[in-house]
Design a protein around this ligand. Structure first.
Ligand SMILES: Cc1cc2nc3c(=O)[nH]c(=O)nc-3n(C[C@H](O)[C@H](O)[C@H](O)COP(=O)(O)OP(=O)(O)OC[C@H]3O[C@@H](n4cnc5c(N)ncnc54)[C@H](O)[C@@H]3O)c2cc1C
Ligand SMILES: *[C@@H]1O[C@H](CO)[C@@H](O)[C@H](O)[C@H]1NC(C)=O
Ligand SMILES: *[C@@H]1O[C@H](CO)[C@@H](O)[C@H](O)[C@H]1NC(C)=O
Ligand SMILES: *[C@@H]1O[C@H](CO)[C@@H](O)[C@H](O)[C@H]1NC(C)=O
Ligand SMILES: *[C@@H]1O[C@H](CO)[C@@H](O)[C@H](O)[C@H]1NC(C)=O
Ligand SMILES: *[C@@H]1O[C@H](CO)[C@@H](O)[C@H](O)[C@H]1NC(C)=O
Ligand SMILES: *[C@@H]1O[C@H](CO)[C@@H](O)[C@H](O)[C@H]1NC(C)=O
Length: 505
């Protein structure tokens, strides 16, 4: 047995692509309005900067403080060395869907290239036209070989025979209906809004957020069998959560994502957020960690550890916190003024591991359980139907190098995994393996049922974006929260209508 030396390359050894100049030049003709600090250069903070300047024709003087030395936050892209096809790998957020108005509009505005999952397949060798299996650790609960279906109709038929009308109901009615209601209310008619709670209750979405996925789908005529196999496979892949441990809304978001077109930005999703910041002309302070926000009444003094390891403080007229608060290590000094407490939200643990292998998945358990005697290329896990416990969520092929014949797989798991784990679950001793990259994330909140959300404005001129994550946690909704707070702040100062582009009209 030849197992190449397995080792973890530290983050520093790989190039994170999202490098960006430390501060962009500010045109002194603009930006002499109120001074705004944004904490976090992920999708939320970058969208806030972009929309603030867009709504007011550059009416603010914005400084963005970012702990990392790159832009994008959980949208992080790394270089994929020795690759023949897929030159970049998404280490965090990888896809967005056709209903993601803000991201798709940004792609167009900034001249980026969005590739759909279909196009990604066209670019790949045929080996990556992947078979997919839903696996519970012992057997396949479902197994899909795309080449076995000559048409989409046959594919629907397959699911309908297997799950009754649940599949049709989910794909054609429940998913699209929810997306329409969502766009109409959170993007258009009520935008910008102070309270997420009010709109959510007004349109009855509290029924979706207030129940688990399993409960919600059950009361809407989706069979438990379909939820526990098919929808749970998506909730585990997308949110590291089982169907009875995630809200109904996020279960639908997971399921809808898998049934409508998926996109990613060629060269890395982070480019959207880099362009947001660049076009806002904000001063970007990378490698600057905010430690405290002290209220001075209606303005704030914020203290940071800067790129030179020195402590700095500066006062701002307004502050936008654009990072999960309790993971940010920021202390808010209320100094006697009224500021809402940000509730503690538990985040999931997730390890993302990239493995290079000389073979596709070939573990004996997988091979002997599969209908055609080969392991699938994509493995999604689902455990509620059989009561199994598995501590990994998905394995997917992300690259095949036709010059070396090596495959690159991306594995999502709850704990750190090593060579023994790979051999136990995915490969066998004939495979030459190398873990090329592993990263720990707190990727999304533990999505327990909820109906009361913290308002975005938590104190006078102090805003918190990540309250939206308990509602929906995606790049798009982070960007939506940023645009919404930009709208609230710009009211009365705006030089253009405070609205989001409506690409469907
Ligand atoms: C593995 C993984 C897969 C995902 N898959 C998808 C997907 O396919 N599609 C999708 O839409 N979403 C996905 N997501 C979720 C998506 O990445 C997040 O919803 C989104 O990035 C949230 O944006 P944000 O700006 O609110 O937070 P973040 O992206 O976390 O950005 C916050 C920023 O604040 C910075 N920061 C934190 N504390 C401080 C401090 N004290 N001082 C200064 N800066 C600070 C952080 O360094 C970070 O850059 C995924 C996430 C992960 C991790
Ligand atoms: C950012 O600043 C750091 C420290 O001052 C410096 O080492 C680095 O080269 C700068 N990066 C860029 C892209 O200018
Ligand atoms: C914008 O804010 C920065 C940082 O506080 C400050 O140095 C600069 O003078 C301000 N610019 C204007 C035009 O007010
Ligand atoms: C959190 O912030 C405090 C100062 O507010 C600092 O002393 C401590 O080192 C920080 N911890 C981490 C893990 O960054
Ligand atoms: C970030 O700042 C620290 C000091 O706080 C320094 O040691 C480190 O090299 C900096 N990193 C980058 C990438 O600039
Ligand atoms: C990748 O391919 C090269 C060239 O064929 C080979 O030497 C190497 O062992 C392969 N790596 C892995 C992990 O299979
Ligand atoms: C400001 O925004 C409001 C709401 O969109 C809009 O009605 C108003 O016309 C805008 N003001 C200007 C000057 O464009």
């Amino acid at each position: 047995m030849v197992v190449d030396s397995l080792f973890l390359i530290l983050l520093a050894a790989y190039t994170v692509i999202g490098q960006y100049s430390n501060s962009s030049s500010t045109d002194s003709n603009f930006f002499n309005g109120p001074k705004i600090a944004i904490i976090g250069a992920g999708p939320g903070g970058s969208s806030a900067a972009y929309h603030l300047q867009k709504f007011t024709s550059n009416g603010f003087n914005i400084t963005i403080f970012e702990k990392n030395n790159y832009v994008g936050g959980r949208s992080t892209t790394i270089e994929n060395f020795d690759s023949s096809v897929n030159s970049d790998l998404e280490l965090g957020a990888s896809i967005f869907t056709s209903s993601n108005q803000i991201l798709l509009n940004a792609v167009e505005t900034f001249g980026l290239e969005a590739i759909s999952s279909d196009e990604i397949f066209l670019e790949y060798p045929t080996v990556l036209e992947a078979t997919t299996g839903i696996w519970d650790g012992t057997s396949f609960l479902d197994y899909l070989n795309p080449s076995a279906y000559s048409s989409a109709i046959l594919e629907y038929l397959y699911y309908t025979v297997k799950y009754g009308f649940s599949f049709i109901k989910f794909v054609f009615f429940l998913g699209p209906k929810i997306i329409d209601l969502f766009l109409q209310n959170y993007y258009y008619s009520n935008f910008p809004y102070k309270s997420l709670t009010d709109i959510t209750k007004d349109i009855g979405f509290d029924l979706l957020t207030g129940e688990t996925g399993l409960q919600y789908l059950r009361t809407h005529g989706i069979s438990d069998k379909f939820s526990k196999i098919f929808i749970e496979a998506t909730t585990r892949v997308n949110y590291a959560s089982n169907i009875d441990d995630i809200t109904g809304l996020e279960a639908l978001v997971s399921g809808a994502g898998s049934s409508s077109g998926a996109y990613q930005v060629y060269g890395g999703n982070y480019q959207i957020f880099e362009n947001f910041i660049e076009s806002s002309g904000s001063s970007l302070r990378l490698n600057n960690t905010i430690q405290t926000i002290k209220s001075l009444g209606s303005t704030y003094e914020i203290s940071s550890l800067n790129e030179n390891g020195e402590y700095e403080s500066e006062s701002f007229d307004k502050v936008i916190i654009a990072a999960p608060f309790h993971l940010s290590n920021i202390t808010i000094d209320k100094n006697g003024y009224e500021i809402s407490d940000i509730p503690d939200v538990e985040y999931r643990e997730l390890y993302v591991t990239f493995v290079k292998s000389s073979t596709p998945l070939n573990n004996a358990k997988l091979v002997s359980a599969s209908p055609d005697g080969t392991a699938p290329f994509i493995l999604a896990t689902s455990v509620s139907e059989t009561g199994t416990t598995l501590d990994y969520y998905s394995v997917s092929i992300v690259d095949y190098d036709d010059t070396t014949g090596n495959y690159t797989y991306k594995i999502f798991s709850e704990s750190s995994i090593d060579d023994n784990y790979l051999l136990e679950h995915f490969f066998d001793s004939s495979s030459s393996l190398e873990i090329i990259f592993q990263h720990h994330w707190n990727p999304y909140p533990h999505l327990t049922p909820i109906t009361e959300f913290l308002d975005f404005e938590i104190g006078e001129n102090l805003y918190y974006l990540n309250t939206i994550e308990q509602f929906i946690s995606t790049m798009e909704t982070a960007a939506l929260a940023g645009a919404n707070v930009a709208g609230l702040i710009s009211k009365g100062l705006n030089t253009t209508a405070i609205e989001l582009p409506n690409s469907s009209s």
